[in-house]
Design a protein around this ligand. Structure first.
Ligand code: CP3
Length: 408
């Protein structure tokens, strides 16, 4: 693990300045932008007919390891919806597969392991797979990212990885599970084996994330989708240290922003070059009680699911953390006026935070009408992003209808 700062290559989109002043990166850095940036978790995937067509005859993990296909699938939702970021098309179990774990993704179900990791002996067998082999095995991922950012231009690409607990939840259960009971038992029954499992998983997933950022991703998101199954005490003791270790694989990556004043067109701004780190987002489902602890592992931005409103999430985080979220995916299938009012309410509550990136509270449901997503992006872009009074005239009337919400 590195503690000293490592500069990204001069050709990296952040270092070259291509994405450094984008809405997404500015919002992740805590700056309010002209409009609120928007992208969707699972924007690439089954909601798009062009994705379903391209995937015919190719297994999910094979698609992830084909640089041309992974890149094309990543670009599809950016072209169609004009979102403010691409998210790299891959899966959290890809680095497990590449290090030698027997795992497949079963359609309609999720990741399924050849063998569940239930005992200390199983953990010893798993952790004998050497994470250092990933440095060469991750080549298709680096190639796919490089191809993608060459096409994306000034639109930033978000790299991602699964957090150690969410990966361990699949490894220990052997597949998807409702309450992750075997994983939660193992952490208490075999604390030393659990610690080794988490350390190994952090190493594997951290390398996956680092490869994406080095190859051109402008931000990184760590998904701890199933952390909401944990008490705060278990999260702090058995999970947070490994998530911090995973993030440490990218925390040291930085770039120098030159001529800052020039592209901000702000003469009063500092003309000195500024050293900045790559923004890191941390997201989980049902994690209202864990938000501060999840921020505490070293994240810059916290992703919030749809169960608590953003103004409440902001309060729980002390009013200092950029937020991402949290449109309820269920609303995507509701009549447009219902969805519109909900999105405007989310934007209004997001204004209480230092900055806000609009997203869903979890992934796009596969049966979502893609035209609804495009319309939602337009709505967010038209609604503006700065102080509530500055919203574009087209959306001002509807914004006024939710004006009862506290403003920051
Ligand atoms: O567009 C994007 O968000 C980028 C791609 C992405 C995928 N998986 C593609 C995918 C991302 C960020 C992920 C992360 C992921 N994978 C998570 C964390 C995010 C979350 O949703 O909570 C988790 C828990 C997984 C594990 C996983 N992989 C599940 C639960 C599933 C769905 C199973 C199903 O068929 O419903 C997968 C498969 C998967 N990953 C698909 C996609 C597009 C569907 C594969 C298909 O087309 O058949």
């Amino acid at each position: 693990m590195n503690t000293e700062s490592v500069n990204l290559d001069a050709s990296h989109p952040l270092a070259s300045g291509l994405t450094a002043d984008s809405r997404l990166i500015r919002a992740y850095q805590g700056t309010r932008t002209d409009v609120t940036p928007v992208w969707f978790m699972r924007q690439a995937g089954r909601s798009l007919p062009e994705y379903r067509e391209l995937r015919v005859g190719t297994r999910m993990l094979d698609a992830c390891l084909d640089p041309e296909m992974a890149s094309e699938i990543t670009l599809q939702p950016v072209r169609r919806h004009h979102v403010d970021a691409g998210i790299f098309f891959s899966d959290i179990v890809v680095p497990l597969k590449l290090v030698g774990v027997d795992v497949e993704i079963v359609a309609g179900k999720g990741p399924v392991l050849g063998k569940a990791v239930r005992t200390a002996t199983d953990v010893a067998e798993l952790t004998s797979l050497d994470p250092a082999t990933l440095d060469s095995a991750l080549a298709p991922i680096s190639q796919a990212v490089a191809r993608t950012v060459a096409e994306l231009g000034a639109t930033p690409l978000i790299g991602f990885a699964g957090a150690p607990f969410t990966l361990a939840a699949y490894l220990v259960e052997g597949g998807p599970s409702k309450d992750h009971i075997h994983a939660r038992t193992l952490m208490h029954a075999e604390p030393e084996a659990w610690a080794r499992l988490m350390e190994w998983t952090a190493n594997v997933t951290g390398r996956f994330l680092r490869a994406q950022v080095l190859a051109g991703a402008s931000a990184a998101q760590l998904f701890d989708s199933w952390a909401g199954a944990l008490s705060l005490a278990d999260y702090a003791k058995y999970v947070a240290p490994a998530s911090a270790a995973a993030i440490a694989h990218v925390r040291d990556l930085s770039y120098t922003e030159r001529a800052y004043a020039e592209y901000r067109q702000d003469e009063a701004a500092d003309t000195e070059s500024v050293n900045r780190s790559v923004p890191i987002v941390h997201f989980g489902v049902g994690t209202g009680e864990l938000l501060a602890a999840m921020h505490g592992i070293g994240a810059d931005v916290v992703g919030v699911d749809y169960r608590i409103p953003l103004d409440e999430a902001n309060r729980r985080l002390g009013g200092t953390v950029p937020l991402q979220g949290n449109v309820d995916p269920a609303m995507l299938a509701a009549p447009w006026p219902v969805l519109e009012a909900h999105v405007l309410d989310v934007l209004e509550r997001g204004r209480t935070a230092p900055s806000h990136v609009l997203n869903l509270g979890h992934g796009v449901p596969p049966d979502t009408d893609p035209d609804v997503l495009t319309r939602l992006v337009d709505l967010v872009h038209e609604a503006g992003g700065a102080a509530s009074g500055d919203t574009a005239s087209g959306a001002a009337a509807s914004v006024g209808s939710v004006a009862g919400v506290a403003r920051g």
